[in-house]
Write a protein that binds this ligand. Structure first.
Ligand SMILES: [Mg+2]
Length: 213
């Protein structure tokens, strides 16, 4: 199994969730977010250093609005430069640390609850690489385990056909700028919203929140 990877931790290390803004109880809603073209400006040559992270307009405020409305945030990003040998996991961790820092500078509620990535090259056919939904499957199980107080030492994530009794994803959402994001959303069973890569998350956040928040 070519499993998803998790930013700065092993996949099934225990996950400490930060409280939602205003002490909201979490009702299970997750906003699964692609990274490039949703939170930050993407590039056909990849984002290769922390200095290349440029937030899209109102990305931070949009993440903050989602969390203030009760969503938890799971980033699910394909990172084939790892599988292609361009750079290593430590470099990606530095890129994500910068992304987190920039988001929180602009909106103190813009916390990313979990960042998952697929390091695999396209030809590896990984279930964890979009258009497959492995990262979304892992994200749901990790957040639910953290919220339920599950013993992470005993946690075994399930993927694809081996995972039955899946929780309802009808109030969650997946935002991405490409067809592979929408395909992953469809296979996983969550509503997919495609955003303009030049606008990103802020272009669809009103439709997620129904204009109410
Ligand atoms: Mg993208």
């Amino acid at each position: 199994m070519l499993a998803p990877h998790r930013d700065s931790a092993d996949l099934t290390d225990s996950l400490d969730l930060q409280p939602l803004p205003g002490g909201l109880d979490w009702d299970g809603r997750i906003a699964y977010l692609d990274r490039d073209g949703v939170l930050n400006v993407g590039s056909e040559f990849y984002i290769n250093t922390p200095d290349e992270v440029v937030l899209l307009p109102e990305a931070a405020e949009s993440v903050g609005r989602l969390r203030r409305a009760g969503f938890r945030i799971v980033v699910v990003t394909n990172q084939s430069p790892l599988g292609r040998g361009h750079w290593d996991h430590e470099n990606l961790a530095a890129i994500h640390a910068r992304l987190r820092e920039m988001l929180l500078e602009l909106d103190s509620d813009a916390h990313l609850d979990l960042v998952l990535y697929s390091p695999y090259a396209p030809w590896e056919g990984a279930w964890a690489r979009k258009p497959h939904p492995g990262m979304l499957e892992a994200g749901r199980q990790l957040l639910d385990a953290a919220a339920d107080g599950t013993d992470f030492d005993a946690l075994r994530l399930k993927f694809d056909d081996e995972w039955s009794n899946r929780p309802d994803e009808s109030t969650s959402v997946m935002v991405g700028d490409r067809g592979v994001d929408m395909a992953a959303a469809h296979t996983f069973g969550v509503t997919g919203l495609r955003c303009d890569p030049d606008i990103g998350l802020s272009g669809v956040v009103d439709s997620i929140l129904g204009g109410a928040a």
